[in-house]
Write a protein that binds this ligand. Structure first.
Ligand SMILES: [Zn+2]
Length: 684
């Protein structure tokens, strides 16, 4: 193995935030890849500790608690248990799943802060912050709402306006009010402690930009470089909040460690907790140069794990640094961003309600689309196809045929095989290459490639059976049939070993069927895994067909969500006074085709359109420049009011008006006929 200079591996995965359940995006980007990696290391007899836990501090949890009128502790208790169960259900094989509300974590994080403080590694700064005089507390950005300076949305939060998506500072809000009391907050001085990131810039350049140029993934390296090149600033590590790890200083009453400071220390406290429970020492996992620290995370966490946490570790002085941070990009769902607030997700606990005992199908699908270098997309049709056309049709079919024939011809006893032909020797040699092929890809964090190689092994087996047709030859050539099934059975055994990191539940079933218990990676590919006369058990199905109906239901569920998410608080103008049919008849509504479009100079919103109305070709000015590029409009059919009195707009004579629909954000969209028609078609 390429990482053989290390004696042991400390593998961490991003701590999920205990403010909601987890979904397939989490699994695909972080936990399944990490689990594959760790299971592979274990099968190679490596010393490894696999760490995770719930991140239970921070402002959003306090807001959930307030909304539900329960304590923050009650919020995190609920989700901690739920998340922990999901991981267990999906076979994510953590050595420990801890949580940051543990007293041991508070103590560890607090000591970490104290050491940096005493050694003068922190700086103190006073700043003005919003304060609620009635609630007697400083207000985190999320506790303020006010008018967005960009879009005038009156309910923008202090950190972000959800109407226009702009990220804000609390001081940007116009007329801010406190969500705690509904009162106008005052600005008050407050003191905080900062980690002076800029002092570590040269060191970061050397450690990452020079030291990890070759071995870190390019998306990770690129993000680090861009952060460092932008210049680093001191970063506050404390907050005015009453939920979190208390700042261990007398003068810091009412302040806690900022959640991004305490959360990564959670990896260390989890190790301590594990060590305590197992009578082991924790320090070798974090303070011995022969330990290899690896952080599995999503791309949103790169800065914390590659820049800030390493600076914390470096400043503390006694810890090792991450050797690799194989961060992945994001997973989308049916071409749309996964979103907790829009409920656009496949939740793990819900998946299992529909697809009972089918964890491996999801693990397989997610691994096959791991967002390694760019965002990936999960679709239900792809999920169905991966199950039916790959797992079932190749892997499952091959194993089933082999086991069924072994029972049919030899009562389930592995046949004796001798005198292999040249082509059989070739197959045997090929099988032997798979542990290295798959292993090399895993070591490079190329999980898609590793899985594809595993399936190639199943494919070789399946094709071998199909080509040699042992079911046809039992009478005329029983010796050849023995050799074919002997080889096929060994491939099944290899698959059971090599599929375990990816498909642990399938591996277990398959080994039960083959009546073996082997978890040694290097034995995968061997030709003597099942000796002659070894008794195997009756065939069971490894995979089941997924019917269209079940997939359609899942798609329908998402469509319902989409429908549900449509804005409901649209302010719809009141209806207008009745008009007579004769009055309506005066309006000349018709379909026109856009022939040409260009921006009108010195205006932001206006386009000059040349349209064919069926009666003539004319020019119309339209205020849609913010929503449509001129070149995209040519050839489009639109609805127009043709007999509006001509008007000169910005120097152009406009003959009529293009009709538009306006959505709740004030954005305009064209109204078009549902099929192409001739220009001049009337609208009645
Ligand atoms: Zn806004």
């Amino acid at each position: 193995m390429s990482n053989s200079k290390f004696k042991r591996h400390t593998v961490t995965t991003a701590l999920p935030y205990a403010n909601g359940p987890i979904h397939i995006g989490h699994l695909a980007g972080v936990y399944v890849p990490a689990d594959i990696y760790v299971r592979y290391l274990r099968a190679n007899r490596k010393e490894v500790l696999f760490i995770c836990g719930s991140d239970e501090h921070g402002v959003p949890i306090t807001i959930s608690a307030k909304n539900e009128n329960i304590t923050p502790q009650a919020v995190v208790d609920r989700y901690h248990e739920m998340i922990k169960k999901s991981f267990k259900d999906f076979g994510i094989s953590f050595d420990i799943y801890s949580r940051t509300s543990n007293p041991l974590h508070h103590e560890t994080a607090s000591d970490f802060f104290t050491k940096l403080y005493k050694e003068g590694k922190l700086i103190e700064k006073t700043s003005l912050q919003y304060y609620d005089e009635e609630a007697k507390q400083f207000l985190a950005d999320r506790y303020l709402i006010g008018t967005c300076p960009h879009c005038n949305n009156e309910k923008a939060y202090g950190d972000q306006c959800e109407a226009c998506g702009t990220s804000l500072n609390a001081t940007d809000l116009i007329n801010p009010i406190s969500t705690l009391s509904g009162k106008i907050p005052v600005q008050k001085e407050t003191k905080h402690w900062y980690l002076p990131l800029q002092e570590y810039e040269n060191w970061l350049r050397e450690w990452i930009l020079e030291g990890h140029k070759e071995d870190w993934k390019s998306n990770v390296y690129g993000q680090c470089k861009s952060w460092i090149d932008q210049g680093l600033q001191p970063r506050a590590i404390t907050r005015d909040l009453n939920w979190g790890v208390k700042v261990p200083l007398k003068e810091a009453e009412g302040k806690v460690l900022y959640v991004w400071f305490d959360a990564p220390i959670g990896y260390i406290s989890a190790t301590k907790e594990w060590a305590k429970e197992h009578g082991e020492e924790w320090e070798k996992w974090w303070k011995d140069d022969e330990s290899r620290l690896i952080h599995f995370i999503g791309k949103d966490n790169i800065v914390f794990h590659c820049i800030i946490f390493p600076i914390m570790l470096k400043a503390e002085g006694s810890y090792i640094l991450p050797d690799n941070v194989p961060a992945n990009e994001f997973l989308n769902l049916e071409s749309d961003k996964i979103s907790t607030s829009r409920n656009w997700a496949v939740w793990l606990h819900e998946y299992l309600e529909t697809f009972k005992d089918m964890q491996d199908v999801l693990r397989y699908t997610l691994t096959s689309i791991t967002p390694e270098t760019k965002d990936a997309d999960f679709t239900w049709l792809d999920f169905q196809s991966k199950n039916n056309n790959e797992l079932l049709a190749i892997f499952g079919n091959f194993v089933n045929r082999t086991v069924v024939l072994t029972h049919k011809f030899y009562n389930g006893k592995v046949p004796e095989a001798t005198n292999f032909s040249d082509s059989e020797k070739e197959i045997i040699a090929k099988i032997g290459t798979f542990p290295t092929l798959i292993g090399t890809a895993i070591e490079k964090f190329k999980f898609r490639e590793a899985l594809a190689e595993l399936m190639n092994l199943a494919r070789i087996g399946n094709k071998y059976l199909t080509d040699t047709e042992p079911w046809q030859k039992q009478k005329e050539n029983p010796e050849e049939v023995k050799r074919i099934l002997f080889i096929s059975l060994q491939i099944c055994a290899s698959l059971s070993i090599l599929c375990k990191p990816f498909l642990p539940f399938t591996s277990k079933k398959l080994q039960q069927m083959l009546n073996i218990q082997i978890d040694d990676w290097q034995k995968g590919g061997e030709i003597t895994l099942l000796p002659a006369q070894h008794q195997i058990n009756k065939p069971i199905y490894l995979f089941e067909k997924i019917d269209d109906k079940i997939i359609e239901e899942q798609i329908q569920k998402l469509n319902d969500t989409k429908q549900h998410n449509l804005p409901k608080n649209l302010i719809v103008p009141e209806g207008k006074e009745d008009i007579s049919f004769d009055e309506f008849q005066k309006v000349d509504l018709r379909i026109a085709t856009i022939l040409a479009a260009e921006a009108i100079p010195k205006t932001k919103k206006l386009l000059k359109l040349k349209v064919d109305t069926g009666i003539d070709v004319r020019e119309v000015v339209s205020g849609i420049a913010e929503y449509y590029k001129p070149e995209t409009l040519i050839g489009k059919q639109i609805l127009m009011l043709a007999n509006l009195t001509p008007k000169n707009i910005k120097g152009v004579d406009s003959h009529g008006m293009i009709l538009m629909a306006e959505n709740e954000k004030g954005e305009l969209m064209l109204v078009q006929p549902s099929q192409l028609t001739i220009p001049g078609s009337t609208v009645k």
